[in-house]
Design a protein around this ligand. Structure first.
Ligand SMILES: NC(=O)c1ccc[n+]([C@@H]2O[C@H](COP(=O)([O-])OP(=O)(O)OC[C@H]3O[C@@H](n4cnc5c(N)ncnc54)[C@H](OP(=O)(O)O)[C@@H]3O)[C@@H](O)[C@H]2O)c1
Length: 292
């Protein structure tokens, strides 16, 4: 697809709230396009492009941070009360800015359990966990804010520095088997590059407010773990059944196993034409292996 007037070649200014794993990958990438990028974290850092934002501690942000801002990306999950940290603290401030675009990283947890069935953006969310109810409420609040928001629903995020390799290295791996259970995933680079693709082609693509970003091949956790052990040339420990393992899992880990769904990326990859860099876990994990 021909790129129209590239949003990223001009001197746009991005504020990225929550510069964790996905936020920092996005920030580092768009800086290479020449954008001015400021990022937030909860504690002070030596990085002059970082500012402190902690919704739990009261917010007094320097006004200069907002000067010339054109784009915002929020990568912060709901707080302990279920509120959106950015909207709770800054909604009216953001509404006063002449923003071209606001991105919000959400989760496919809002779809709940489809018992392994495919689920897409047109399906009604059906959250199972309280945190997913909270997330859906935050999505609704972003939409109701009237800001030019685009919501990205994400499955398990992995990439160099955060993948099954780290779990193996840190001896935190549990090889659990649960019949017919699958998980969907996305490589962190595809989150960034899908968003950049949508921004660059904004003028010629129909605007969709909610978009899944996921790879092509949901699969069992065991397949992924086995592949990592194979790349490392090590023998995978013997799997344990979910029934035997579940009492030792944290409540949050247990809750992940209660949901079984395949996330469709057809809107992003077929309708909108984004080409995944890492179509499946094998290609993505090779990248992690080479960069670990
Ligand atoms: N990880 C996954 O597999 C996954 C899957 C689906 C969806 N998601 C969602 O996608 C988004 C990005 O995920 P990620 O894994 O890249 O995130 P991450 O690495 O956990 O980073 C989260 C960021 O939010 C900041 N933050 C958290 N609570 C805050 C608060 N109350 N006030 C201000 N800042 C706060 C953190 O600040 P510090 O830098 O100071 O810690 C951090 O920068 C999140 O909303 C996440 O829930 C994640």
């Amino acid at each position: 697809m021909k790129k129209t007037a590239s949003l990223l070649e001009h001197k746009n200014k991005f504020l990225i709230f929550g510069c964790g794993f996905s936020g920092s990958f996005f920030a580092n990438t768009i800086r290479k396009f020449g954008c001015n990028v400021l990022t937030s974290s909860r504690s002070t850092s030596k990085d002059p492009n970082n500012f402190v934002f902690n919704s739990e501690k009261g917010v007094v942000l320097d006004e200069q941070i907002f000067d010339g801002v054109t784009h915002i990306l929020s990568c912060i999950p709901p707080d302990k009360n279920g509120d959106d940290p950015v909207l709770k603290s800054l909604q009216s401030k953001l509404q006063d800015l002449p923003l071209k675009w606001v991105g919000y990283l959400s989760t496919t947890g809002v779809y709940g359990n489809t018992e392994g069935g495919w689920v897409s953006e047109i399906d009604q969310p059906n959250p199972l966990q309280q945190r997913s109810h909270n997330r859906l409420t935050c999505e609704k609040k972003w939409i109701e804010s009237g800001l030019p928001v685009q919501i990205f629903r994400l499955p398990g995020i992995y990439g160099p520095g955060r993948s099954t390799f780290e779990a193996i290295k840190n001896r935190k791996i549990r090889v659990i088997f649960k019949k017919a259970q699958v998980f969907s995933r996305v490589h962190v680079a595809d989150i960034t590059h899908a968003i950049i693709y949508l921004l660059q082609n904004k003028d010629c693509l129909k605007f969709h407010q909610i978009i899944n970003i996921a790879d092509d091949e949901p699969c069992s956790q065991i397949e992924v773990i086995q592949y990592c052990y194979d790349l490392l040339g090590l023998t995978m420990p013997k799997p344990i059944s979910f029934e035997d393992a579940k009492d030792e899992l944290s409540p949050i880990a247990q809750s992940f196993w209660m949901e079984n769904r395949r996330i469709s990326n057809k809107l992003l990859c077929e309708t909108l034409g984004y080409k995944l860099i890492y179509k499946n876990y094998k290609i993505g994990l090779k990248n992690c292996y080479q960069n670990s």
